[in-house]
Design a protein around this ligand. Sequence first.
Ligand code: MN
Length: 320
Amino acid sequence: MKGKNDSLEKIRELVLAHQNIVLCGHTNPDGDAIGASLALAAALHKMGKNVQVLLEQYAKKYDVIPNSNLIAQKENVKEADLFIALDCGDMGRLQGIEDIFQKAKCTVNIDHHASNSYFGEYNYVEENASSTSEIVFKLLKGYLPIDQDIASALYAGIIYDTGGFRHSSTTPFTMQASGELMSYDIPFTKIYNDLFDSRSFSEMKIMGRAFDKAKSYFDGKVICSAITMQDIEECKGTNKQLDAIINYLKGVNDTKIACFFYEKNEMDVKASFRGNDGYDVCALAQKFGGGGHVKAAGCTIVAPIAKAKEMIFQEIEKML
Ligand SMILES: [Mn+2]
């Protein structure tokens, strides 16, 4: 599956050569997808490009990331001369906008997921990068504009994907880049607090529900919880408020693999996984058509929760 990378120079050339540019982050966007997309969009906008960003609606905590005015509704998106997918591991992550991607004159895929399928005409995938935002920083630095808002967006993306510089994907370069971004006088305390330590009342209630329903399996090696559409409704929340739960499950002492399931709709169950050292949950997710990183991955399964869980647990048992 591994493809060949084009250079960042080549991608800069493409950006300079095109005027109507559409950017998009993955479906159900997270801090990195939003940060990378809005940062690159703002830089291109500053250069006088016509930029439109496609991002699905996201949780309020991400409002700390500037330049959301560059987000366009899908219906209003003109034909793209250049389409840049950010933080998308495969075509499936471009949910609902594959048609715009396919009609674009030129396509670029910038990402850091190990499972990336090199679906762009041009590709830059660095699986050792902490985040797509870190790659966008490299793309911009010294060549394209960076200002306080762009720096804030990139910093937000980096801290989001590294869990605040904790995950093993954090490198000396991650810290150098973040230090440099900090020098733009960004509100780093607010960014951190908004991303990691703020939530709506309904989100807190859903978290409580998920923790209450959590169960321990395989002598505590696996912690699993599941949330139904009914749970979400009873807590007056949405399924955009579930991101934080899995990390708490993983934090239970001696957990090897954490699983979190939720009902996306009547048909589909979304499964998220976290693995501790030596447990490759990306390989697990790939068995069900998903992907991600070695220690953090996910997939969507067309089955009721109980059935999805049974299928996943059959695979997990082999891994333990
Ligand atoms: Mn990412």
